[in-house]
Write a protein that binds this ligand. Structure first.
Ligand code: ADP
Ligand code: MG
Length: 566
């Protein structure tokens, strides 16, 4: 009995070794035909074979008792061709070395050599078979081998009848026990392998799942939308980074853990968002698990909220809700501003139309006034002069206003800025002379041809020049300078006048802003609209008491650059 137990332990020792190996390795390569695991199994079987052989002996002096054939056959069936060949050599060698007495029949029949062709033939199919098929295949090679071992005893001339019936039964049992034990070993081996594979599958799945959750969290964190999910009890289950940043502005030091520990209602309470109808409507929808899509105004922000119930994976299972919130405050502001601008444009267009129509009756009034003036007594002359001056002033305001309201399109032609300035110079000199001031021209050598609307540019230069003269005392100097800087042509209108305060500078270019008694406040807005129509810009540098410099920049294109004129 002791021998049987020892052999059983030795024959199954490879299983322990293999289980240890399975626990060590992280990746099961069972499906590879020549995997490391199969090679290891063959080596473990070889060791088991040696152990069985070392512990072998004669049962009742009749049968040579060595179960090494069991691990050897299992190793040969599972192993690669090389390990199969190694075991095929080792088995007869071990049988030869350890059995006593050694006869030819021992080596031939005890070692199972006769089953080798079958073994080698089945080995490849064995690996692909189910557990039952594998056990069956093992039995096919093991059962005849056991029979041969019994026959060996007969060939050795042993008389079984001499043994007691119990011992015969034990030997027969042992012959059947071996294949049965082999089947059990294969079953255990396959179960251990399956278990390991399932463990690894679960580990891989949970790793994949964890990675996917991480990715999803990163994606939701990157989205510029606030995303919050809640469970059935409105407890917050997840919140993205955008939402956290928005929350931190309202509730400093709040952490993600704090948020995940409270319900949506706690959060609304903390944000002090009471008495808000839109919000109440949203919260009602969330409680009733209904879809909500609409605008919610709270904390001075316009939010577009989509709340939708999550679809449960299984019937009867609750899945909570997800809230996607988009902050549309800026867009709403821009939209309302655009509406405002549209209304203003309409009013401007109407005003321009009306102003244009006023000019005709005014011309008629002026004409008749002129006639009446000629026929009236001379003491009325001063009154007529005042009325006509005022009519002229009204007309100039109307002209400025109409120029300002002019559309962005104006006809331009290739022209030289210097020509325009030189044409205006006598007019400016005359004006300056009257005021006791002087005009200086500092025109650069070469200037590219620009596409200009000459009428408008003349208006621009005159407006800027007049403003400069009006800001200067007698003896003041107005300087008109041109220069060519990188891709721009610059016109500088400098004066040595009073300059402007910061408040005045802020309001500059605002229509109707004027500091003059007779001013219209339309000169600079008109200049700005002219320059913008030419794709340019105006910069102002002014210091109180030190004078002002208006720098008008005109961009020019490559073709213009090539056509340089003096
Ligand atoms: P207006 O000349 O009819 O007052 P503008 O639009 O031409 O209207 O000018 C607006 C205001 O800008 C002026 O009233 C004046 O206060 C200021 N301003 C314009 N140009 C100058 C300048 N060169 N120096 C000082 N102030 C200026
Ligand atoms: Mg002016």
């Amino acid at each position: 009995m002791k021998d049987i137990l020892l052999q059983m332990a030795a024959a199954s020792s490879f299983l322990l070794l293999f289980q240890w190996r399975l626990n060590q390795s992280h990746i099961t390569r069972r499906n590879l035909r020549c995997s490391d695991d199969y090679a290891f199994l063959a080596i473990a079987c070889a060791l088991s074979l040696v152990l069985c052989s070392l512990l072998s002996g004669n049962l009742f002096g009749i049968i040579h008792f060595n179960w090494g054939i069991l691990p050897a056959f299992i190793g040969m069936l599972y192993g690669s061709f090389r390990s199969r060949a190694l075991l095929a050599v080792m088995l007869p060698v071990c049988t030869y070395v350890f059995s006593y007495p050694v006869t030819q029949s021992h080596v031939l029949l005890d070692s199972g050599i006769l089953m080798y062709p079958l073994l080698f033939g089945m080995a490849n199919r064995f690996k692909l078979g189910t557990v039952v098929e594998k056990i069956a295949m093992l039995w096919i090679v093991l059962a005849p081998s056991m029979l041969f071992i019994a026959l060996t005893s007969l060939f050795d001339g042993n008389d079984f009848s001499r043994l007691q019936d119990e011992k015969n039964a034990l030997i027969l049992c042992m012959l059947f026990l071996n294949p049965l034990f082999g089947g059990a070993l294969i079953y255990m081996l396959e179960s251990a392998w399956d278990k390991r594979e399932i463990e690894e599958f679960i580990a891989n799945m949970s790793e994949k799942f964890r990675r996917e959750i991480d990715d999803l969290q990163q994606i939701t964190d990157m989205v510029p939308l606030s995303i919050i999910s809640v469970d059935d009890n409105c407890r917050i289950t997840s919140i993205n980074e955008t939402s956290m940043k928005k929350l931190e502005i309202e509730i400093p030091h709040i952490t993600r853990t704090d948020v995940l520990n409270c319900t949506l209602f706690d959060l609304v309470h903390q944000l002090k968002l009471n008495d808000n109808q839109d919000l109440d409507h949203l919260l009602d929808s969330i409680i009733l698990k209904q879809r909500f899509m609409g605008k919610v105004t709270c904390l001075g922000k316009v939010l577009y909220v989509l709340a939708a119930p999550l679809v449960p994976k299984e019937q009867g299972q609750q899945a909570g809700m997800v809230l996607i919130i988009q902050d549309m405050t800026e867009e709403e502001n821009i939209r309302s501003e655009l509406g405002h601008v549209e209304r203003l444009t309409l009013v401007g267009q109407m005003a321009a139309g009306i102003t244009h129509e006023i000019r005709n009756p005014m011309a008629v009034v002026r004409g008749f006034l002129q006639l009446m003036r000629e026929k009236s007594p001379s003491d009325m002359e001063s009154y007529y002069r005042i009325v006509m001056d005022e009519l002229d002033r009204a007309n100039s305001i109307i002209n400025d206003f109409l120029s300002l309201a002019q559309s962005g399109l104006s006809s331009k032609e290739d022209s030289n800025l210097h020509d325009v300035i030189e044409e205006l110079a006598p007019l400016l000199w005359a004006d300056a002379n009257l005021r006791g001031q002087s005009v200086e021209l500092r025109l650069c050598d070469k200037l590219p041809v620009l596409r200009l609307n000459i009428k408008e540019i003349k208006q621009l230069v005159l407006n800027l020049g007049r403003n400069a003269m009006e800001a200067m005392e007698p003896k003041g100097v107005l300087t008109l300078e041109t220069r060519c800087v990188s891709e721009k042509v610059e016109l500088l209108v400098k004066d040595t006048g009073s300059g402007m305060s910061d408040i005045e500078l802020e309001k500059l270019f605002v229509p109707f802003f004027t500091t003059k008694e007779q001013g219209t406040g339309l000169g600079l807005p008109l200049c700005l609209s002219i320059v913008e129509r030419h794709g340019g810009s105006i910069a102002v540098d002014s210091h109180q008491g030190a004078g002002t410099v208006f720098t008008v920049s005109f961009p020019y294109e490559k073709q213009e650059k090539e056509a340089i004129v003096c």
